[in-house]
Design a protein around this ligand. Structure first.
Ligand code: ADP
Ligand code: MG
Length: 308
């Protein structure tokens, strides 16, 4: 089976953790055995997120007194593809995946007129308290928004329209390689008069859905730091939505910039292909793929009862 598996950037670096390299290595080492088994059993494309990592690089660049301007987000996206691709490759190899593992530096074309270029929604970097976040916003011209119990920088997050390296990825898959591509949603470009980088971070969940469709994947699997899409999120009554349909899921509200893009990407894949998608916890990767845990989305009449 061909699978596209999206790995959450926040699952590698938890929200309130210092962004240490060793933390990401340790977390990948924990996740890698299950991911490696999946990559032995199936043809797998991994699409990792990069919100915490690109935010860290942006903060470092902002703080670098030798620079007249921080590095553009597109350049930092490219850096995170190398970083996370390398860490994931080492972890999969060390977990016993013997075949070739290839990370593709991937560019994603977006529409310059995308309305998302006017409204920042994508969280990047660390979580700050209210006071610190407002200070940083004033000092650096950041947009900030509330994320759970703290505040984070938010950036534009346009929808991916075309993956430049799609055919290279398909060719690598056909040769038996495990492919890491579309990391951080891909390096965002417009393509009018040549490629031009865009100051944005594409949500990797949308890129994973686009890749899954274009590569003819049998399933889209979105692994993150929560057990699935939850009802009554953040309350004592929160529960995982189990088996469901795009119709049922789309009727519920989910926040832009976190669970919203996962639900939208998963539903869009199911609607467009008739094939299943799943959202679940990274630490239960195999059970999520097997449909045992997590939010399992299959096509069906909108009236079909969702099982909570
Ligand atoms: P990733 O790095 O995996 O893309 P995100 O932070 O973008 O992770 O999205 C997952 C987060 O979405 C969860 O950690 C949780 O804080 C948040 N979230 C918001 N609403 C919900 C909800 N209704 N159900 C589950 N998670 C939610
Ligand atoms: Mg995300």
């Amino acid at each position: 089976m061909r699978l596209v598996i999206a790995l959450g950037g926040n699952a590698l670096l938890h929200r309130h953790e210092p962004p240490e390299a060793a933390t990401q290595v340790a977390r990948l080492a924990l996740a890698a055995p299950a991911l490696a088994r999946l990559a032995v059993q199936h043809q797998v494309v991994f699409v990792h997120g990069n919100g915490p990592q690109v935010g860290l690089l942006a903060r470092e660049s902002t703080d670098d007194a030798t620079l007249t301007a921080p590095y553009p987000l597109a350049a930092l996206d490219a850096e995170t593809q190398g970083l996370i691709g390398s860490l994931l490759t080492q972890a999969l190899h060390n977990a016993g995946l013997a075949g070739p593992i290839v990370t593709l530096v991937t560019h994603t074309v977006i529409d310059a007129d995308d309305p998302a270029m006017g409204e920042p929604t994508k969280f990047i970097g660390a979580v700050y308290d209210h006071h610190r976040a407002h200070r940083l916003a004033a000092d650096h011209g950041w947009d900030i928004a509330r994320d759970g119990d703290g505040w984070r920088r938010v950036v534009f997050s346009p929808l991916p329209q075309r993956i430049v390296e799609l055919h290279a990825g398909a060719t690598l898959l056909d040769t038996g390689a495990t492919v890491i591509m579309g990391g951080g949603g891909g390096i965002p470009l417009t393509d009018h008069d040549g490629y031009t980088p865009v100051e944005a971070v594409i949500d990797k969940d949308h890129t994973a859905a686009l890749l899954a469709r274009a590569l003819g994947a049998e399933q889209l699997v979105i692994l993150t730091d929560v057990p699935g899409a939850l009802t009554d999120y953040g309350t004592p009554d929160e529960r995982v939505i189990g088996d469901t349909t795009p119709g049922l899921l789309r009727a519920l509200p989910f926040p832009a910039g976190s669970m919203g893009p996962k639900v939208d990407a998963a539903c869009t894949f199911v609607e467009n292909t008739g094939k299943p998608a799943a959202i679940g916890a990274l630490e239960h990767a195999e059970e999520v793929v097997d449909g045992i845990v997590g939010t399992q989305i299959t096509p069906g009449p909108a009236s079909r009862a969702g099982r909570l």
